[in-house]
Design a protein around this ligand. Structure first.
Ligand code: NAD
Ligand code: UDP
Length: 315
């Protein structure tokens, strides 16, 4: 196969590209480095089957030759990124998805959308199954991301229904691991960096809000299986083990082997109170479930964060 991965210089896009290459497929990576990093491409660049194009995916996309798959992963994904880049986030979810779908249609390729648990907003159904329609504030600060992804899902299904395009929609829940940006503001990158620097850990609000954290290797396995499957309806991918942010802070301290101070900070607007995927569909249709527990995943991530921090600051 020959596939295009947009957002290939990002955290998930680079891991996914690596997986396709490992399976012997050719990968064209596309990115404009809005929130990604050139460093993430280094492990891919020596592979003759990898080709990179620096491009904004909201602009017209042209690719010569056959393409079997278009995997649309370009989008700011961390709350601090999409709050800083609201218009770019809306554009990449809408115009960028439109361009990526158009390219897939022109090439007769399978299309996969990186959607998100944020389509459920601050959920009133817990855990969240795929048929839950969500509780999103369209005009709140997070609305730029949530609504862009909801629009992207709607557009994807419209291409499926009107043009018979072969589509996959992955609703990705919080994922972590090596190659996250140290300063991307997500809770795991913040806590690991803060812990390595001796604290304090910044807990927003009372820390009783929950998330379910999936290690990147598990996520990539789920994404790869979904891409190869024949499942056109949305599929939740995430680790159903749910932790409060206070519990996460404790686990990080165990992994780092240090007791750290906790600094309480203001809870961001519209921060979801709970989040946990119902992964029955993925279990049944993809025979997939995560294997890496939180403590193990944090331990596997730590060396990357330590090395990056040393390179950045000599700490
Ligand atoms: P990331 O910020 O590390 O990667 C996104 C990449 O997209 C970056 O390299 C960025 O430069 C690129 N990009 C953004 N706008 C672009 C544009 N207009 N043209 C070209 N490239 C552009 O984020 P990530 O965590 O790797 O997320 C990847 C995808 O997965 C996103 O679509 C995100 O919404 C989705 N997702 C991620 C998570 C998670 O926990 N990591 C959860 C849910 C959904
Ligand atoms: N959070 C926190 N401290 C931080 C960063 C985030 O307590 O330093 C909280 C945040 O308020 C949210 C949760 O951790 O409740 C997960 O935040 P993240 O930015 O990782 O992603 P989200 O799931 O909100 O998209």
């Amino acid at each position: 196969m020959r596939v295009l991965i947009t957002g290939a210089a990002g955290f998930l896009g680079s891991h996914l590209a690596e997986r396709f290459l490992t399976e012997g497929h050719a990968v064209i990576g596309m990115d404009n480095f809005l929130t990604g990093a050139e460093d993430n491409l280094f492990p891919l660049q020596d592979d003759d089957l990898f080709h990179f194009i620096k491009q904004d995916v909201t602009k017209y996309l042209y690719l010569a030759g056959e393409v079997d798959g278009v995997l649309h992963f370009a989008s700011p994904a961390s709350p601090i990124d999409y709050l800083k880049l609201p218009i770019q986030t809306l554009k990449v979810g809408s115009l960028g998805t439109h361009k990526a779908l158009g390219l897939a249609l022109a090439k007769g390729a399978r299309f996969m959308l990186a959607s998100t648990s944020e389509v459920y907003g601050d959920p009133q159904v817990h855990p969240q199954p795929e048929d839950y329609r969500g509780h999103v504030n369209p005009v709140g600060p997070r609305g730029v991301y949530d609504e862009a992804k909801r629009f992207a899902e709607a557009l994807t299904m419209a291409y499926h229904r009107c043009h018979d395009l072969d589509v996959r929609i992955a609703r990705i829940f919080n994922t972590y691991g090596p190659r996250m940006r140290l300063d991307d503001g997500r809770v795991i990158s913040n806590f690991l960096v803060q812990a390595l620097q001796g604290g304090p850990l910044t807990v927003y609000g009372e820390g009783d809000q929950t998330r379910s954290f999936c290690y990147v290797d598990d996520m990539v396995e789920g994404l790869y299986r979904l891409f190869l499957s024949d499942v056109t309806e949305p599929v939740n991918l995430g680790n159903p083990a749910e932790f409060s942010i206070n519990e996460l802070a404790e686990t990080v301290q165990c992994v780092v082997g240090r007791e750290l101070e906790i600094e309480k900070q203001t809870l961001p607007t519209d921060d979801p109170q709970v989040r946990q995927p119902d992964i029955s569909r993925a279990r049944e249709l993809l025979a997939w479930e995560p294997a890496v527990e939180l403590e193990e995943g944090l331990s596997r991530s730590l060396p990357y964060f330590r090395e990056r921090l040393q390179t950045r600051t000599g700490e």
